[in-house]
Write a protein that binds this ligand. Sequence first.
Ligand code: ZN
Length: 144
Amino acid sequence: MENYVAGPWQCTYCGKEIIADQGFIEINNGNPKLGSVHGHPIAPTTEDAPASAGPRSLHAALQKVVEPERNIRFRAFHDRCNPAPTEEGYHFPIGESATAEQWMRWVIHLGTKTWMGREDLVRMVEFYFINRNLEPHTGVEMPD
Ligand SMILES: [Zn+2]
């Protein structure tokens, strides 16, 4: 797979395309030891968490709903697929994250939050690539 053009956002619950005004990005607590895994982020993932990044494919992301070693998790949902509509994660509309430039503005904004760590910010960037069916590491030679 060598994709350079982003596909549509895909729902973490049903796997189908999300149209701009019909869904949202959800960022919430991913660590049940800290609190509800449907609730607002609580604390950043610590730097001593395992070094490997999150799921490398949407399929893996769909299978691993909760990653216990991460304190922050990223998902995209149709409004109708919201698994916990009464809980308050951190949400923003799919329509405000259509392009990589829009997504990077959210990454920069969330970089100001005390509950987002460096590893979480990297995984947030990766989430864009994974969910949008883009390969993050193709097409460029990267130094170690
Ligand atoms: Zn859905």
